[in-house]
Write a protein of this length. Structure first.
Length: 273
């Protein structure tokens, strides 16, 4: 894992936007895996700004979102499809045919999940997957206990997640209990992963993800097995890491060796360490 610690949420968003736009510029036909939630809002805002400034083209970009609530259609303001429209898709020149979000209203969610997997495969797999992390260590909606090899499927949301989501709904009864989510196996096959986290309330999940054991009890810990994962977090989210100084030293070292060798891609080999 390449761990980058920055000062605050704005810096996380800025660095994440640079990361994503660099990937988009070097591969105009990139297949992006996208996340929703509060964390990537700043990233999407900056991507839209860059697009408006003329620096980005989405015409050949394909996207696959991580998850969607079962029972919510695109018109529902709390659906993830709706979120993506408001934060990104409605503001850029992406071809609607290239947008993929699991369908919350699919009549057969299990069959739809299997189709979603095939669709990812037929696009050649995900080049760059953006991830947030839940307080319980989930990525996508893979709650603790999810198989590390799980695929896109219907999942039951954990009480903690339902509680965290309640603020977006008028009453507890309206908060969805199920979702369709890419699996940990699906996410693990993305060529690059970029996990973002900000705030003290994520510090414990971040520590377990980076420094704990690889276990289905902390689904994000599966990223320790991934060859090309960048974890971009602010000081508050990094506050419980025990090896913070080492991660900072690695970051400085990486910058130095790039300068020394003159090769920007010195760490872009298949193995990121
Ligand atoms: C959303 C998703 C979730 C969120 C996580 C953190 O598509 O997959 O795993 O990334 O729940 O949410 P926020 O960013 O709202 O704290």
């Amino acid at each position: 894992m390449n761990i980058i610690i920055v000062s605050d949420y704005e810096e996380v968003s800025k660095k994440a936007a640079e990361f994503v736009t660099d990937h988009m510029k070097s591969n105009p036909e990139i297949v992006l895996g996208l996340a929703t939630g509060s964390t990537p809002e700043g990233l999407y805002r900056l991507i839209v700004e860059e697009y408006r400034a003329g620096g980005l083209d989405f015409s050949e970009v394909k996207t696959f979102n991580l998850d969607e609530y079962v029972g919510l259609g695109p018109e529902h303001r709390q659906s993830y499809r709706n979120y993506m429209g408001r934060h990104l898709f409605d503001h850029v020149n992406i071809d609607p045919d290239n947008i993929n979000v699991p369908e919350g209203l699919a009549s057969d969610p299990a069959a739809h999940s299997r189709r979603y997997e095939r669709e990812i495969e037929s696009c050649g797999g995900i080049d760059l997957q953006v991830l947030g992390i839940g307080r319980d260590g989930h990525i996508g909606f893979n709650e603790p206990g999810s198989s590390l090899r799980s695929r896109t499927r219907v999942v039951v949301l954990a009480a903690e997640t339902i509680e965290d989501n309640a603020r977006f709904f008028a009453s507890m009864d309206e908060v969805p209990r199920f979702a369709i989510s890419m699996g940990l196996g699906t996410i693990s096959e993305a060529r690059h992963c970029l996990m973002l986290a900000s705030g003290e309330h994520k510090a414990e999940a971040v520590r377990e993800c980076i420094e704990g054991a690889v276990t289905s009890m902390v689904p994000a810990s599966v990223l320790q097995m991934h060859p090309q994962t960048t974890v971009l977090i602010d000081e508050a989210a990094a506050s419980r890491l025990t090896r913070k100084d080492y991660y900072r030293a690695v970051q400085k070292g990486r910058e130095k060796i790039v300068k020394l060798t003159g090769k920007e891609d010195v760490f872009n080999a298949d193995q990121d360490g």
